[in-house]
Design a protein around this ligand. Structure first.
Ligand SMILES: Nc1ncnc2c1ncn2[C@@H]1O[C@H](COP(=O)(O)OP(=O)(O)OP(=O)(O)O)[C@@H](O)[C@H]1O
Length: 358
């Protein structure tokens, strides 16, 4: 295993001139030895490009890839000793499950008794012990992809295992199980795992550290709690959470925040220089308040969505909607009701140029 350090940018086209010419804008980051990481972001943000640069399938147009300090930028995937699992199964249909799992170990000339043992361990982890002697050809797509996962995980000596949306072909119920399984496998095998996905639940359940990407930029690297409580960039606020963070543009002057044609008092202990900001507050932290309460805004209820475990209350002012995630008894509210919504609190964040400042 290795610590992977990236200091690079990548454009697929020659002579990139502007940001939009880059699949990856200049980035500098490190993946620690033995960590479980996810690269999360919408389609086209550069996740696969970043993964392929780590594996050696793509050479960055600028900068370097280092493994444990050694420059690997121009090395092949074999030389980097990387295992990669793709969206669709890459297996040999004519071989049995056991032979498929053993294949990467045979290639590395591991002694037969050790191969048998390791294949047994991996099959057990993936709950495939009963299928070891079956031919892959007769198996369902789910089972074939499990073999692909197993082939990625079977070698104990790899620098890292890279997964590119590996659960795409998996049935939703099994997907949930496999996600948890991969997390458990990570704890047991202590391999460096890097997992590409556009699904926040998948990223947050699997990884200890999530790299959130948008338009070729890695905007934040952090734990689920970091991304939830302190989104460094408004994109992270929008993208993580369901519904995402609320944002209100406004002006801070004289200890008050002016937004949507109203004024909210800032809590006394909240130090913030005067200026223009976007206030960011998670629906989980918005509360219905007493009329005129410090930190509350007068608004009108537009929608009450009862989703069983909680209620999403949508309120609006001057055409701007704010969402609050409340306990189930909030169904007492109805569209048209006047409410005061508490938007200021210790978890309220402030942004300038989309970056967090307080
Ligand atoms: N081989 C290529 N040649 C030219 N442009 C490419 C190539 N591969 C990707 N791109 C472009 O680079 C950008 C990043 O693509 P990439 O596939 O890395 O994103 P992604 O986040 O993995 O998206 P998806 O989830 O859809 O695969 C996109 O604009 C894409 O069109």
């Amino acid at each position: 295993m290795a610590r992977i350090e990236l200091d690079l940018a990548h454009a697929y086209r020659p002579n990139p001139q502007q940001d939009s010419d880059y699949a990856l804008l200049p980035l500098k980051m490190a993946f620690e030895d033995g960590g479980a990481y996810a690269l999360l972001g919408p389609s086209g943000c550069g996740k696969t490009t970043l993964l392929n640069i780590m594996s050696g399938l793509v050479t960055p147009s600028q900068g370097t890839v280092r493994f444990d300090g050694q420059d690997m930028t121009r090395m092949t995937p074999q030389q980097r000793n990387i295992a990669q699992v793709f969206q669709f199964p890459v297996i040999y249909d004519t071989m049995t499950v056991a032979e498929n799992l053993a294949f990467p170990l045979r290639n590395r000339k591991m002694p037969a008794d050790q191969i048998k043992k390791r294949v047994g361990v991996i099959a057990e982890m993936l709950e495939m012990s009963g299928q070891l002697n079956q031919r892959a050809a007769g198996l369902a797509a789910d089972a074939k992809q499990k073999i692909s996962l197993g082939r990625g995980l079977v070698r104990p000596d790899v620098s890292a295992v890279l997964f590119d949306e590996p659960l795409t072909v998996i049935d939703p119920h099994l997907k949930w199980q496999l996600r948890r399984k991969l997390k458990q496998i990570h704890h047991e095998l202590k391999l460096t795992l890097i997992y590409v996905t556009h699904d926040q639940v998948e990223a947050l359940t699997f990884a200890d550290q999530v790299v959130v990407m948008t338009r070729g930029r890695a905007v934040q690297v952090g734990s689920a709690a970091d991304l939830f409580e302190r989104p460094k960039h408004t994109f992270v606020g929008h993208f993580i959470g369901s519904p995402g963070m609320n944002f209100l543009s406004g002006q801070h002057t004289g200890g008050r925040f002016h937004t949507l044609g109203a004024t909210v008092d800032m809590p006394a202990n909240r130090a913030l220089p005067e200026g223009a900001y976007k206030l960011g507050v998670r629906p989980e932290h918005v509360r219905v308040a007493e009329a005129g309460a410090v930190g509350a805004l007068p608004m009108t209820v537009t929608q009450v969505q009862d989703v069983g475990t909680h209620v999403i209350l949508s309120v609006a002012r001057e055409g701007q909607v704010l969402k609050a995630r409340l306990a189930p008894d909030a169904t007492l509210w109805a569209p048209g009701d006047a409410v005061w919504m508490q938007v200021m609190g210790p978890q309220t964040c402030f942004y300038q140029n989309e970056e967090i400042v307080a």
